[in-house]
Design a protein around this ligand. Structure first.
Ligand SMILES: Nc1nc2cc(Br)ccc2s1
Length: 252
């Protein structure tokens, strides 16, 4: 997967050089390209923003600069692949559709993602309108809070998507057991996890996990996932369709 990120703070993405994402890049599973948005300005101050039409606080990012940057990055990517592929354009914004595990799985199937993190009050809306005619373009939110810029949101999304790519996680099963993973865990939070020692500062590991009885362990884990979800995210349990809850579940 090719990932292009255009930002006025490309150095923000240094964390993508380490750990799982760094190893995925070394192994060629992830091909990340960072771009400085200001490289597409033409004034001495390298201006990327201006005052909002209609008044109001803050500044809005200029469409011309973003347009030149996105066009150039698409051309770069096409030249590198020797084809006429187009990326999926992803714009993080608090006003976007929720970025969920389901969306991460959808993005993990894409060969090329282009992230456009904004600063200030956001990017002139005509940029999404312009590219929405040619590319699959998504405005997505990673949560109901406002950051100082979209860069942190891009880090979150690249990691959530990157870990799903084949070969990135050592144990493919751990993806299937993720919170929110499709199948049995859909709409359920992951339950508690334990490792050695069996007793730590007087805290014992639940006995069932030491029993070696796989059926009982699976049942206990589902019960704990359901219990935790009921306690912390009751609205998710409501999403489980009637078939999603068996008669044992209803006893939890
Ligand atoms: N939760 C989020 N906050 C922000 C702020 C800016 Br500025 C750009 C993107 C996002 S996504």
């Amino acid at each position: 997967m090719r990932v292009d990120i255009i930002s006025i703070f490309p150095e923000y993405f240094a964390p993508l050089d380490v750990s799982l994402m760094g190893k995925a890049r070394e192994r060629g599973i992830l091909d990340i390209h960072l771009h400085q948005l200001r490289d597409w300005t033409h004034d001495v101050h390298k201006t990327v923003d201006d005052t909002p039409y209609g008044g109001g606080p803050g500044m809005v990012m200029k469409p011309e600069v973003w347009g030149e940057a996105v066009d150039a990055v698409i051309e770069d990517g096409r030249a590198a692949s020797g084809g006429d592929a187009l990326p999926r354009l992803i714009v993080p914004t608090p006003s976007g559709r929720p970025f969920t595990q389901e969306v991460a799985l959808e993005y993990a199937e894409e060969p090329w993602l282009l992230f456009a993190p904004a600063r200030y009050e956001g990017i002139d809306s005509r940029v999404v309108a312009e590219y929405g005619e040619r590319l699959r373009t998504d405005e997505v939110s990673i949560g109901d809070y406002v950051l100082a810029g979209g860069e942190a949101a891009v880090l979150v999304m690249v990691e959530a998507v990157g870990r799903l790519l084949p070969g990135v996680l050592g144990n493919a099963r751990s993806v299937a057991d993720d919170s929110f993973a499709p199948g049995d865990m859909a709409n359920l939070l992951e339950g508690p996890v334990y490792t050695k020692p069996p007793v730590w500062r007087g805290h014992e590991v639940p006995e069932v996990l030491l029993s070696g009885h796989h059926g009982r362990i699976a049942r206990w884990r589902r019960d704990e996932a359901l219990r935790r979800t009921l306690d912390r995210r009751p609205e998710l349990v409501a999403r489980l369709d009637r078939d999603g809850l068996d008669k044992h579940d209803r006893r939890v």
